[in-house]
Design a protein around this ligand. Structure first.
Ligand SMILES: [Zn+2]
Length: 108
């Protein structure tokens, strides 16, 4: 079992998914993001929302912005709605998915 080149322990469960960073052939490279799972209705993916502060120099204030990214979920990782998840950038898996979930926290 590999750690997928990350400082993250592989999940205890194993899976047969080729699109798994731990048991498959997906390589995680590029960005590593942490956000909140806002939609787990998809069969093999989740929507992860990230919130960040964008500074507006004219008013010297920050405004809250958010962005959403879809990420593939391998069967060995369970993601609950509202949980904090860590996703890693990988090759494009579909038109809108180029991230995989590498770690999932507990539900909110
Ligand atoms: Zn797996």
């Amino acid at each position: 079992m590999s750690s997928a080149g990350l400082d993250i322990a592989a999940p205890k469960k194993k899976c047969q998914d080729d699109r798994c960073p731990f048991h498959g052939s997906i390589k995680v490279r590029g960005r590593l993001l942490t956000g909140k799972a806002v939609s787990t209705a998809g069969k093999s993916f989740v929507v992860v929302e990230m919130e960040y502060l964008h500074m507006v120099p004219k008013f010297n204030r920050g405004e809250r912005r958010r962005s959403r990214v879809s990420a593939h979920v391998p069967p060995c990782i369970a993601v609950k709605d509202g949980a904090s998840v860590t996703i890693g950038e990988c090759r494009p898996l579909s038109k809108t998915i180029s991230f995989v979930v590498v770690e999932a926290g507990r539900g909110a």
